[in-house]
Design a protein around this ligand. Structure first.
Ligand code: GLU
Length: 358
């Protein structure tokens, strides 16, 4: 079976504060039809915070604690609504609550994959959301567009569909959305801007980030209007609707490298000298301290960092030294490291197996 991740934004799911059951019935019907066409579905749902606030007749959450508490109330309402809607189609649902800390840990990430696979084997539809009640800033994905793309990595999706209150991605001055986007250029990034809707966290910026993650992993991502007729069916069937971000032509990253680059938070930046890029991009070498000119951020050995030069990001990788050690050995040759650090060390700042090109 092919796999589609369907992300439902808050503004699509929730109407005047309450969960829109008619929308969910319609979605459930499309998911059921798709099964007959060889697609298994995963839903990434937003709306827990919004639905929870509605129960208490509150407009917005004032702080993180209120947001988390509202999510705790709303999440069970979401599941009840999905269970009813999909149940009417004869389908079972399962709840998977994830955080970045879960996805960033290779073992937990693989556990989530095994769980999803078992659910698929049983014909059950996984309903994913962030585990908002425990997710503080450091361990949150933070928005469900990115969570949908990461969920796509978890299940090895063929398509990710972001259902939203906009009907696609617009370039400035155009009054129709772009039908297809082949590469996320600086022009596209500039057009993305910032804002999201009330109760939702996304906006075009997070949708682009999601598109970057998915398309590099070999999975097409589509942004479409959630209330368009049979939108899920049409996207799965490959009809032209919304904006399609095509699989990156720069070459598909293998699943592990996609996970490596995106599942964790970037904790620092290494600035390289102008000669280092070719070694990483063309020769696939490990990064040695001699190529590093500057270190930004505070991080320990084993953290994920962004690797850049004046032209931009080259890739991301897991460092074998802390920021403090890297500052001392930056620019130095491999045979000088032991003397500087006072212990024997492997020469790579980032090993090639732990590095993923952007
Ligand atoms: N996890 C949040 C919720 O269920 C939504 C995050 C988002 O809107 O991107 O309310």
């Amino acid at each position: 079976m092919k796999t589609i991740v369907i992300k439902i934004g808050t503004s699509t799911l929730v109407r005047s504060g309450a969960i829109d059951d008619q929308f969910l019935r319609d979605l459930a019907h499309q998911i059921e039809i798709l099964r007959g066409e060889g697609w298994q579905s995963v839903v990434v749902t937003s709306g827990a915070v919004r639905a929870g606030l509605n129960v208490l007749s509150r407009e917005r959450a004032q702080n993180l604690a209120e947001k988390q508490a509202a999510a705790a109330i709303g999440q069970s309402l979401l599941m009840r609504a999905y269970r009813r809607a999909l149940g009417d189609e004869g389908l079972h649902v399962a709840q998977m609550l994830l955080t970045r800390a879960d996805l960033g840990d290779r073992r937990r990430f693989l556990n989530a994959r095994h769980t999803a696979n078992q659910l698929f084997a049983w014909g059950v539809v996984p309903i994913i959301n962030e585990n908002d009640t425990v997710a503080t800033e450091e361990i949150r994905v933070g928005d469900n567009d990115t969570l949908a793309a990461l969920s796509g990595l978890v299940v090895g999706a063929d398509k990710v569909l972001l259902l939203s209150d906009v009907d696609g991605f617009y370039l400035p001055g155009k009054n129709t959305p772009e039908a297809t986007i082949e590469a996320i250029t600086p022009e596209i990034e500039a057009a993305a801007g910032g804002a999201g809707s009330i109760g939702g966290t996304g906006g075009m910026r997070t949708k682009l980030e999601a598109a970057r993650i998915s398309t590099r992993a070999g999975c097409e991502l589509v942004i479409a209007q959630g209330r368009a007729t049979e939108v899920v069916l049409r996207v799965a069937r490959g009809e032209a609707i919304g904006t399609r971000f095509l699989v990156s032509s720069e070459g598909r990253l293998n699943a592990r490298k996609s996970w490596l680059a995106h599942s964790r938070r970037v904790e620092g930046t290494l600035h390289l000298n102008p000669c280092a890029r070719a070694a990483l991009e063309e020769r696939g070498s490990s990064l040695l301290p001699v190529g590093i000119e500057g270190v930004e951020g505070e991080f320990g050995s084993g953290s994920l960092v962004s690797v850049r030069d004046k032209l931009g990001e080259i890739g991301r990788g897991v460092v074998r030294f802390s920021d403090e050690e890297l500052r001392r050995i930056a620019g130095h040759k491999s045979n000088e490291l032991a003397t500087i650090l006072g212990r024997e060390v492997a020469p790579e700042a980032i090993h090639r197996d732990e590095f993923s090109l952007s």
